[in-house]
Design a protein around this ligand. Structure first.
Ligand code: AP5
Length: 214
């Protein structure tokens, strides 16, 4: 399976794609996680990406396309993968289509998680992420078993730098103008599955499984 998770910031793409990757036994490829890791490791990519991420803007298409094209050629992606946070512009989607065509593969489905804006803001303001494995928690709706400690790897939970309210507003605007057009892009290719993204995390997972089995 080659899948794409689409949706605004805070829709639950990371939460659901990580869980689905576990169920399907294929890797989750999150461009946000790759970039945050590069920033933390102070690499050349991290230095370039940081200013875009801190301001809530998008890292240039050519940088991201290069990273993803290489990543999906890895051996662990040979049986499939889940793209989380990529593509994010029509240009990125076109480049992904080109790369897939050149190696004879296709995307099987695009899961578009739909959540209203008020809910997104509250999700992002209460989000805590693991400083090591990047797993997301929420202070109220998805709390860790021990305060500030990751259930998965036991590392410390932190607030993501771009979850500050002014940056969240900017990210939502960037989503509306640059990423939302992908909904009709994938609708035209008959790949889009809309997933109602409000409800318990387990309910959303069940909706995703049901959309994939159709
Ligand atoms: P990225 O990391 O991809 O961020 P994003 O798309 O803004 O999405 P988020 O990670 O904020 O939200 P999510 O949908 O994954 O929600 P989550 O599961 O965490 O990108 C960050 C930055 O990197 C970008 O701004 C850009 O600068 C750069 N970048 C990345 N990709 C790029 C690309 N392709 N091109 C250019 N630049 C790129 O859930 C959110 C919260 O809600 C959590 O607290 C969670 O516990 C909680 N939650 C989840 N589900 C539920 C539920 N059902 N009910 C209640 N709470 C829930």
């Amino acid at each position: 399976m080659r899948l794409i998770f689409l949706g605004p910031p805070g829709a639950g793409k990371g939460t659901q794609s990580q869980m689905l990757a576990g169920r399907l036994g294929i890797p989750q490829v999150s461009t946000g996680d790759i970039l945050r890791q590069a920033v933390a490791n102070k690499t050349e990519l991290g230095a370039l990406a940081k200013s875009y991420m801190d301001s809530g803007g998008l890292v240039p298409d050519e940088v991201i396309v290069g990273i993803v094209s290489e990543r999906i050629k890895s051996v662990d992606c040979s049986a499939g993968y889940i793209l989380d946070g990529f593509p994010r512009t029509v240009r990125q989607a076109e480049k992904l289509d080109e790369a897939l065509r050149s190696n004879g593969s296709i995307i099987d489905a695009v899961l578009n998680i739909v959540v209203d804006e008020e809910q997104l803001v509250s999700r992002l303001s209460g989000r805590r992420v693991c400083s090591e494995c990047q797993r997301a928690f929420h202070l109220e709706t998805n709390p860790p078993r021990k305060p500030d400690v990751c259930d998965g790897c036991g590392s410390q939970l932190v607030v993501r730098a771009d979850d500050e309210s002014a940056t969240v507003r900017k990210r939502l605007e960037v989503y509306r103008t640059q990423t939302a057009p992908l909904v009709s892009y994938y609708e035209r290719q008959s790949l889009l599955r809309n997933i109602e993204g409000v409800g318990e995390i387990s309910e959303i997972s069940a909706r995703i499984d049901s959309a994939l089995s159709r």
